[in-house]
Design a protein around this ligand. Structure first.
Ligand SMILES: NC(=O)c1ccc[n+]([C@@H]2O[C@H](COP(=O)([O-])OP(=O)(O)OC[C@H]3O[C@@H](n4cnc5c(N)ncnc54)[C@H](OP(=O)(O)O)[C@@H]3O)[C@@H](O)[C@H]2O)c1
Length: 329
């Protein structure tokens, strides 16, 4: 059994804890919060033997093998280093860090200490994503000429502070745009040229961001993220032999794969095998537990290189669009 701790008692920590209970070789053993009350409340919902009222105490707990970092992106660097300093493996939420500089420090430290670290890009472990990759990679769509992705919603009130707070690295690009970038790069690879524009919210972070990737072979990806309008949140992968549409939400397990081999009106739904487990976080948690059982220090699926390349691309997007955080200074 791989013994898991969770750092931070927010929204995603709850979904992850619920899915962790389904993982055959994982045991949830410790929760850590900045607040005793929050930690105790969490432990009521998800019973757990160790309840810590500080992240330091969680990181220092010798009964824990791996810690899931579920804090805002602004704090991933600090909290990951804390866990690594206490010799804990780390699964860190997306966006992995605010920028490449932070990400390379996190990965370098994990390597120096011979510890496992992975970005929690759950989409990469979902059945529909794996099926999409096999369709693209086996040439069923022919040569891919474009990828068109949008991701947008109006946050429910009360609006979570972290979405617009520059101190928490708020804005669409690191919060949801990261999925657009990930999906486009899964199909077309690292772009040769990037252009990006944004509209700032009152707080200065981007409330809308438009990104264009260009490739030497002529392919393009057009990516749009928004916190001010509801968008279909779909992805279209367009090739010489057909189009594959990942329906809403394209990055999540409920997405269906619609294949349009020739004309727009001749769609077929592509079936895929694995049943959905929990909220969809089961798959990444199972993968990390398996990696740790095998003594791996890096995931063969979501590699360090994958994360670092994505951070470089996100840095360039932000630089082109004029999105800066304190961590960039
Ligand atoms: N994979 C996914 O599907 C998915 C979905 C949503 C979010 N995320 C990612 O998960 C991370 C957390 O998002 P969330 O929606 O769970 O956020 P959230 O509900 O606001 O929770 C974040 C938690 O981080 C802790 N925290 C530590 N320092 C903080 C600070 N200065 N300000 C606010 N909170 C602080 C708090 O826990 P304590 O008070 O208990 O210490 C808080 O409850 C983000 O990086 C986000 O991008 C991923």
């Amino acid at each position: 059994m791989i013994r898991w701790g969770i750092l931070g008692c927010g929204n995603i920590a709850r979904k992850f804890a619920s899915d962790l209970a389904l993982v055959e070789n994982a045991k949830f053993v410790a929760i850590g919060s900045r607040s005793k009350e929050k930690a105790q409340l969490f432990a009521k919902e998800f019973p757990v033997p160790h309840v810590h009222d500080s992240y330091e105490a969680l990181a220092a707990n010798p009964e824990v093998d791996v810690i899931y970092i579920a804090t805002p992106h602004s704090h991933h660097h600090e909290h990951t280093l804390l866990c690594l300093d206490h010799n804990k493996a780390v699964l860190c939420e997306k966006a992995f860090a605010v920028n490449y500089r932070e990400a390379i420090e996190m990965i370098t430290k994990a390597k120096e200490k011979h510890l496992f670290i992975m970005e929690a890009l759950w989409t990469k472990f979902l059945p529909h994503y794996e099926k999409m990759k096999s369709i693209v990679d086996n040439g069923q769509l022919g040569e891919i000429s474009s990828v068109l992705i949008n991701f947008g919603f109006q946050p429910r009130t009360p609006v979570p502070a972290r979405l617009f707070d520059p101190e928490l690295a708020g804005g669409t690009i690191l919060d949801i745009g990261v999925y657009n970038v990930f999906m486009a790069m899964s199909v077309l690879g690292r772009p040769d040229e990037i252009d990006a524009h944004m509209k700032p919210a009152g707080t200065g972070v981007d409330e809308q961001c438009a990104v264009l990737f260009r490739y030497k072979n002529g392919a393009m990806a057009q990516l749009f993220s928004s916190f001010i309008s509801h968008l279909p949140t779909e992805a279209d992968i367009n090739g010489s032999k057909g189009r594959l549409r990942l329906t809403s939400r394209f990055y999540a397990p409920e997405s269906a794969l619609e294949l349009y081999p020739e004309r727009l009106d001749s769609k077929t739904i592509v079936p895929f095998d694995k049943p959905l487990k929990g909220w969809g976080y089961y798959y990444e948690a199972k993968h990390v537990s398996d990696c740790l059982e095998q003594g791996l220090k890096e995931s063969p699926v979501m590699t360090h290189e994958n994360t670092l390349t994505m951070m470089q691309v996100l840095d360039e997007i932000r630089q082109k669009a004029g999105i800066r955080y304190e961590a960039d200074l």
